[in-house]
Design a protein around this ligand. Structure first.
Ligand code: SAM
Length: 274
């Protein structure tokens, strides 16, 4: 008798694409674009046009940037050729050909990259600069970013903290078709270095473990502000999330602040003006 062919169905984790899951769970480029463009306009009286996205990964933000205006140009810089190739295949390919011409991707170390065009904005989002673990390295990167900006240019960074940031914990967030798990696997209070992972879980019970892993230093806001000052930025402002008076939760609106609540977990933006 003919043996029935056994087709082992692949699990959801085996067929999922980690970059798709990352973009859905970690990034919000529409929000980022609005924050950067509106903040720049308030500070400089015009819209920013030329951006460099450092640590650009899949270049999702570069694509959002050029989609928003025909005058916008974007340079994405990432050291990893695979992530850039993914970005070209899945993100740049979706742009209209005219918009695609306004994006350039550079496979480079942000510490070494040189870009000729003076930039309105340099972006370093999702805490990527934390990969630089010494004052010398991070300060050096901030000086490079300062040098790449036009005279009225602005560097935008995000930062996170709060007392939960120092704990070895896992946090789960549910999405429609998967679960996002952020793990702070190791934190060393002596040198501030930590190891973090992103895992994804699926309705069929399968898991994509350590889809992304990071070794970085949890920098504090005073340290970041001091390093930005030392790198030559004329004004460094923290944009802190406002509280919705009805819910007592964050409202999603970030505004300049000099005091903040000692929340267990917060995310804010640093706006460093040249
Ligand atoms: C946390 S991801 C950030 C992706 C994206 N910018 C975002 O907002 O989600 C960090 C990225 O930085 C890249 N990277 C790490 N070290 C780098 C370096 N020295 N120069 C350029 N890119 C680097 C990695 O390849 C990775 O794609």
């Amino acid at each position: 008798m003919k043996k029935k062919q056994q087709h082992k169905r692949k699990s959801m984790a085996e067929t999922a694409d980690r970059h798709v899951l990352y973009e859905k769970s970690v990034q919000n480029v529409a929000f980022e674009y609005k924050f950067v463009s509106n903040t720049y306009r308030k500070l400089r009286g015009r819209r920013p046009r030329h951006v460099r996205e450092d640590f650009c990964g899949t270049a999702s933000m570069c694509c959002e940037w050029v989609r928003r205006s025909k005058e916008n140009t974007a340079i994405g810089v990432d050291i990893d050729p695979q992530v850039l190739a993914w970005g070209r295949k899945h993100n740049l390919s979706r742009l209209k050909p005219e918009a695609r011409l306004r994006v350039s991707l550079l496979q480079e170390d942000v510490f070494r990259v040189t870009t000729d065009q003076p930039l309105d904005v340099v972006l370093a989002m999702n805490f990527s600069y934390q990969l630089f673990m010494t004052r010398e390295k991070l300060g050096g990167y901030f000086r490079k970013a300062h040098g790449a900006l036009a005279d009225d240019g602005i560097l935008f960074l995000d930062a996170y903290g709060g007392y939960d940031a120092h704990r070895e914990i896992r946090e789960k967030t549910k999405y429609n078709d998967f679960k996002y798990i952020w793990e702070q696997a190791r934190y060393n209070p002596i040198d501030g270095k930590m190891r973090c992972h992103i895992h994804f879980g699926f309705p069929d019970g399968s898991k994509m473990k350590k889809a992304f892993s990071y070794e970085w230093r949890l920098w504090s806001l005073p340290e970041l502000r001091e390093l930005l000052d030392e790198a030559g930025f004329s004004k460094v402002t923290v944009y802190w999330e406002e509280t919705d008076p009805k819910t007592g939760e964050g409202s999603g609106v970030y505004s300049p602040a000099t005091t903040g609540d000692a929340d267990p977990g917060w995310v804010c933006f640093l706006v460093a003006e040249k």
